[in-house]
Design a protein around this ligand. Structure first.
Ligand code: PAF
Length: 284
């Protein structure tokens, strides 16, 4: 595994691989790798010739009061996991290399960036879209891999890859969960043992929604109310949003008919967690 810190160096390396006819898969991450990331790496290895993983805690996607400085970091542990999964290139750029003095250009995906998580994190998706655009330009991957846990992020990245003619195939892989259903996330490491138990409420509430919808409930308000009731029963939790929307455009749905995205953001103590499921219309 080649470990590369400079943007110019990884671009040169990537160009050389392309000249040799290799297809490159990119797994962009902010590190503190867990099984969710490893599933993306494995898929990249399965369907592309060479796999690059980037680890960069991107300051542009954190709000001023968010957890940029305390975001978990473990470069040595991550490098070990990358070596074990036979990653070819590990890219560890510095903030100065990605956002040099004078950087002024950002990418905004309008109409998708202001819904769900975008309501409380106004510049978050601008930061995500900008770093992903930069990584695509720097590494020039053929395919890039993202998890469904960040469904809105994945949609925004698909949109930007199309709108900016990147020709990068965006692959979205299923959410990887702990045995009790909690979606894997680097931020789960913030939870103490009581909060870890409380955090199960996210998946339980999504399962409740799925049961209701599969049993014929078509009124979103009813589903949301039952989910709210369940989550409210969990003392240390606070709902930020429960959204029942069209998975194609994230527009709210009042009456459930076809495919539906149920997405939530819930605070467990001081930790904000998100999760979602898609319930297919043709399977009801
Ligand atoms: O999902 C993440 O870890 C980040 O948002 C991403 C896509 C690596 C961009 O910083």
């Amino acid at each position: 595994m080649k470990v590369i810190e400079k943007t110019a160096e990884i671009s040169a390396c990537s160009r050389e691989l392309h000249l040799r006819g290799e297809a490159i898969g990119l797994v962009p991450t902010m590190g503190f790798l867990h099984d969710g990331h490893l599933s993306l790496i494995r898929e990249s290895k399965r369907i592309t010739g060479k796999t690059a993983v980037s680890i960069f805690v991107n300051p542009a996607q954190f709000g001023p009061k968010e957890d940029y400085h305390r975001y978990p970091r473990d470069i040595e542990g991550d490098a070990k996991k990358c070596r074990e999964t036979e990653v070819d290139l590990l890219f560890l750029p510095s903030v100065e290399d990605i956002y040099p003095e004078g950087h002024r250009t950002y990418v905004d995906v309008e109409g998708l960036n202001d819904k769900l998580c975008g309501r409380s994190r106004p510049k978050h998706f601008r930061g995500v879209a900008t770093i992903v655009t930069k990584l695509f330009n720097i590494i020039m991957p053929d395919k890039a891999f993202f998890g469904q846990k960040d469904y809105q992020q994945a949609m925004i990245i698909k949109r930007l890859a199309t709108d900016l003619n990147f020709g990068v195939d965006i692959i979205v892989m299923p959410t990887i969960r702990e045995a009790d259903g909690l979606a894997m996330s680097s931020r789960n490491s913030y939870l103490n043992s009581n909060e870890r138990v409380a955090a199960r409420i996210l998946y339980r509430s999504l399962m409740l929604a799925e049961d209701m919808i599969r049993s014929g409930e078509v009124t979103s308000g009813e589903v949301r109310a039952k989910m709210e009731g369940l989550i409210a029963g969990e003392g240390s939790s606070k709902i930020e949003y429960i959204s029942i929307s069209d998975p194609g455009n994230l527009e709210d749905i009042e009456t459930i008919a076809g495919d539906v995205l149920v997405a939530i953001a819930v605070w467990i103590g001081k930790t904000r967690l998100i999760d979602n499921i898609i319930i297919k219309g043709d399977k009801r």
